[in-house]
Write a protein that binds this ligand. Structure first.
Ligand code: 5GP
Ligand code: MN
Ligand code: MN
Length: 326
């Protein structure tokens, strides 16, 4: 995207009289970091700003350390009408959950994202599929707005950058230059990464043991390149918080015998009439585009990291996935 492509968004952001920033369901550090960084910058221009996400009711512990948390409001407190609504890191309206209706009450809408599967559901869409994180796109927008990237803003943006690059595994020219610029503000990159990615309660270890101990390898899948998968049922999670499950895919995907990795995560769900609800994480190494596979199964994402949400018994979900992979 050229700077000219960003001009309509810059115009909307610099002329807005009030802003709602919406993050995706089951928020991660990229969506919250992007949302809070933008909120801090808008607040400094004296623009009233709210940040929210539909579920769960409380922010994961690891994200509570980010600056700008005062701008977060519960979904019910999100204004019905606003001058400008901005979504961050949301590939489709479904990612807004029950907050999707707020799109209708906004005079203008801007979608800021980096998912190649983005449906461009905003009036103005800033979707950079080459960007490693939405935080990277927000950094560009802040520069063009003339907003200062100080230590608090840098902390939020670094959170998104370090998380979505898998601790600087998936990088492109420019990734480290942005990281350097953020680190120059004086933030502690090691500490931010540890809080987000390397902090788990003791109960995480036995959970991993159970889940990894029953992982399966399906060699005759994905054109013979193989699928490895693990299943996390609610009983495996026990008293652990749901976000402790997000790290499982990062271990499963390292299996050298399989091109594609999947983790089926059973979601807490009150209304389970059609079978349990599952959030599925997909990863691939090179040759399989998992965003296309996820899209086929009702989700979306990136070429090498994607996901979808579905219902049903696990055996059916596994066969639907192996079918989609062939
Ligand atoms: P994760 O496996 O880390 O939850 O998600 C990996 C990628 O897949 C993220 O970029 C995320 O946006 C996308 N993704 C995960 N779950 C869903 C889903 O239920 N629906 C859609 N559309 N995308 C998803
Ligand atoms: Mn995200
Ligand atoms: Mn992202």
């Amino acid at each position: 995207l050229s700077d000219a492509d960003l001009a309509p968004a810059i115009d909307a952001l610099t002329s807005a009289s009030s802003v709602t920033v919406l993050c995706h369901l089951q928020p991660d550090a990229d969506t919250i970091g992007s949302g809070l960084a933008l909120a801090i910058a808008l607040d400094r221009r004296n623009v009233p700003v709210q940040v929210s996400f539909a579920e769960p009711a409380i922010l994961p512990d690891s994200l509570q350390t980010l600056p700008g948390g005062d701008f977060l409001v519960a979904p019910d407190e999100v204004a019905d009408e606003v001058d400008l609504l901005v979504t961050v890191d949301c590939g489709s309206v479904g990612r807004l959950g029950r907050l999707r209706d707020r799109l209708d009450g906004a005079r203008r809408t801007v979608v800021v994202d980096h998912h190649r599967s983005n449906t461009c559901f905003g009036e103005i869409n800033v979707v950079d599929a080459a960007a490693e994180s939405t935080a990277s796109v927000i950094a560009r927008l802040l520069d063009l707005m003339g907003a200062e990237i100080d230590k608090d803003v840098a902390h939020c943006l670094y959170a998104g950058l370090v998380t979505d690059t898998g601790s600087f595994r998936w990088v492109r020219p420019g990734t480290h230059a942005l990281a350097e610029r953020l680190l120059e503000t004086g933030i502690d990159g090691g500490r931010i990464a540890r809080a987000l990615l390397d902090t788990h309660p003791f109960g995480w270890l036995p959970m991993l043991s159970r889940v990894l101990g029953s992982a399966e390898l399906v060699q005759e899948c994905a054109q013979g390149r193989g699928l490895v998968y693990a299943v996390v049922e609610r009983s495996d999670v026990g008293d652990l918080r749901s976000e402790e499950v997000e790290s499982v895919i990062d271990i499963v995907r390292t299996t050298s015998d399989a091109e594609v990795a999947a983790v089926f995560k059973e979601m807490p769900d009150g209304d389970a009439t059609d079978g349990p609800l599952w959030s599925v994480s997909l990863r691939s190494k090179d040759s399989v585009d998992v965003s296309a596979v996820a899209a086929q199964l009702g989700g979306g994402g990136h070429r090498f990291a994607a996901g979808y949400t579905t219902r049903g018994p696990i055996a059916e979900l596994v066969s639907a996935l192996t079918d989609a992979l062939d």
